[in-house]
Ligand binder design. Structure first.
Ligand code: G4P
Length: 339
């Protein structure tokens, strides 16, 4: 699996984002609580510059609270204001509004020193696809809050929603591209739903997810599917394995797990074989909706391990490709020699 995910429309999204950022005082950076590292955008610091920011980890209801605490400390130590939310239920949304007020205290007190009675604040939400931007904007604005239309002196064509007294939120969130610095990050993002399934190999994605859950949340898969996690079968052979990012052993175990989950759920084709595609859809849907449990995919120590593993796998893949090329070259020269 090799995800190179930077669709052309992202360049346009970036330009729109840069334009919209000029209109606001503060940015609400929405990330996925299950991916507090991978769902952040590496370029965001450069794009938003010195503008105040609140870091919001949404879908907190799906994340492991113990891991969320580790990341809270990690980012607070770096000086960020951190809030965890569940935009579906509305949990934590008021805390975000309070955090926005707090972050803007200086600006408000500076303008009251200059004699202004009230200061209007403008905010916008940014985040990667599917992180809950629209849900968040809807929850913040509340059902009762009608669009306020053009704000005088700000812009003609933008819609602003009231977030409370004198705070307005741009109704179109800024789209960011996710951090894909290695293929494991790509798989985590795909598992969360931020990267479309079509761009990844769903079998390998599930093999990654199931083996990850099995080693970090022992018992979760057994409990959800009523299966016994299979032993690592004989490593598969063939090209599929040489192209894997997981490594042959982990892939083989993950696919055996996927097969067992599919069997347990009755995802079978005629003749009794497991329909791996249907099994993958079930496994991904269960994970994404939290039915497999409160599971976080970014662990600080795992990120380090993965970086090393990615390097090892890439080197081994490169060696294999070089050997293949060498064999081909030898074969060609032997063939030419015979002529
Ligand atoms: P986006 O604008 O960033 O693309 O995300 P959007 O709000 O459309 O949300 C994407 C999916 O995530 C939606 O599910 C939404 O309900 C769900 N979601 C958003 N915030 C939360 C949260 O805090 N917790 C949980 N558990 N889910 C959240 P969907 O399946 O696409 O639609 P539906 O479930 O609303 O029908």
């Amino acid at each position: 699996m090799n995800v190179q995910w930077y669709p052309g429309h992202m360049a346009k999204a970036k330009r729109t984002l840069e334009e919209n950022l000029k209109l606001v005082d503060i940015v609400i950076e929405l990330c996925d609580a299950r991916l507090p590292y991978s769902s952040r955008n590496p370029a965001i610091d450069r794009i938003i510059g010195k503008k105040p920011r609140v870091l919001v980890f949404n879908k907190a209801d799906l994340a492991d609270p113990a891991v969320s605490e580790i990341w809270t400390n990690f980012y607070r130590e770096k000086g960020f204001t951190v809030v965890f939310t569940d935009a579906k239920a509305g949990d934590g949304v008021k805390k975000v509004i309070a955090a926005v007020r707090k972050a803007m205290e200086d600006k408000v007190s500076r303008s009251s020193e200059r004699g202004r009675i009230s200061t209007t604040l403008y905010a916008m939400v940014v985040g990667i696809p599917n992180v809950g931007k629209s849900s968040f904007v809807n929850k913040v604005a509340g059902k009762a809050s009608a669009k306020t239309g053009d704000r005088p002196g700000v812009t003609r064509d933008k819609q602003w929603l009231s977030m409370g007294d004198d705070i307005y939120l741009l109704d179109t969130p800024g789209l960011l591209w996710p951090r894909i610095d290695n293929q494991f990050a790509a798989m985590r993002l795909a598992a969360s739903g931020a990267v479309k399934d079509e761009v990844v190999d769903r079998g390998e994605l599930c093999a990654f997810l199931l083996t990850f859950i099995d080693s970090h949340y022992p018992g979760a898969i057994e409990k959800r599917y009523g299966i016994t996690v299979p032993e690592v079968p004989e490593a598969f052979s063939g090209d599929y394995v040489t192209e894997t990012i997981l490594g042959a052993e982990r892939l083989a175990k993950g696919l055996a797990m996927l097969e067992a989950c599919g069997k347990a759920r009755g995802c079978l084709v005629k003749g009794g074989d497991v329909d791996l595609d249907r099994a993958a859809a079930v496994v991904l849907d269960d994970f994404r909706s939290g039915k497999t449990g409160k599971i976080s995919l970014d662990f600080p120590e795992v990120l380090e391990e993965e970086k090393a593993e990615t390097r090892r796998n890439e080197e081994s893949l490169k060696r294999k490709q070089e050997k293949r090329a060498e064999r081909k070259a030898n074969y060609r020269s032997r063939k030419n020699g015979k002529r």
